[in-house]
Design a protein around this ligand. Structure first.
Ligand code: MN
Length: 259
């Protein structure tokens, strides 16, 4: 009897302290557009779910008002992979080796990121997502690695997405070093572009052996990105990179509690 009343007292104490079940944060997932269809890979959706968030695909729009309305409904932002970014957006002319550009998606991605960062909302960028994060915050790009980086290794692997084809060196003490618990890891690689000059307030936190930037993070740690595809690993059950998504969800939870 004594033990039961003690248990009830503990529960009565904890519930008002907010230690009851928390609502899962909503993670906005950026989409791509194929003709008139908006889409996002299940790899991203499943990774957010596995990390404890609710994935919410944000349909493409170039309207600032609509982007604000979407941001009102989410707690964190996951920027996904995709096409090349227009070089006019970072002060360069198009390289002969520039790939497909989707002007509306450029506006959508950069506006989402700028507005999210301004609100203090966490942002995690993957592949095109890290590049858009860097450009949105004032950095620039390498438009084509093979023609611009001397002695570049292969960054467009011909192997399954679950396979790590090249290694990266991670900066000691960085966010991603803490999350992954290693200073070197083999990553998958599906890009011919990369971050160039890094945006003010951001630092490089991982590089490939040829110097290509593979991760960046902001000084406040609320926005970060990787050039590889952790969602491709998580989707196939290689969960050693799941902490990257769990961190986004944790930051989103904090953002949600503070708004
Ligand atoms: Mn790479």
């Amino acid at each position: 009897m004594k033990r039961l009343s003690l248990a009830i007292a503990v529960v009565m104490l904890l519930v008002p302290l907010g230690l009851s079940a928390q609502k899962k944060p909503v993670i906005g997932v950026s989409c791509s557009i194929d003709g008139s269809t908006v889409e996002a890979g299940m790899t991203y959706v499943v990774s957010v779910r596995k990390a404890g968030g609710i994935p919410f695909i944000i349909p493409l729009t170039t309207s600032e008002k609509e982007i604000d309305e979407y941001l009102d409904h989410i707690d964190g932002l996951l920027m996904t992979g995709g096409e090349d970014v227009s070089p006019l957006l970072f002060g360069q002319q198009p390289s002969r080796n520039l790939g497909e550009v989707v002007p509306d998606r450029d506006i959508y991605d950069l506006t989402l990121i700028r507005k999210a960062v301004k609100r203090g909302m966490p942002v995690f960028g993957i592949c095109r997502g890290i590049q858009c994060l860097n450009i949105a915050m004032g950095g620039d790009m390498i438009q084509d690695i093979p023609s611009e980086v001397p002695n570049a290794i292969q960054h467009r692997q011909n192997a399954p997405r679950s396979y790590g084809s090249h290694t990266i060196k991670i900066t000691k003490g960085s966010l991603i070093a803490k999350l992954l618990g290693v200073e070197e890891i083999a990553v998958n690689s599906f890009h011919h572009q990369a971050c160039g000059k890094v945006a003010p307030g951001y630092k490089v936190t991982a590089r490939a052996s040829d110097g290509v930037i593979e991760a960046i993070e902001s000084a406040d740690g609320k926005s970060f990105g990787v050039q590889f595809h952790p969602e491709g690993f998580v989707y196939s059950g290689k969960d050693e990179v799941l902490p990257l998504f769990k961190h986004l969800v944790k930051l989103a939870q904090e953002y949600s509690a503070s708004r």
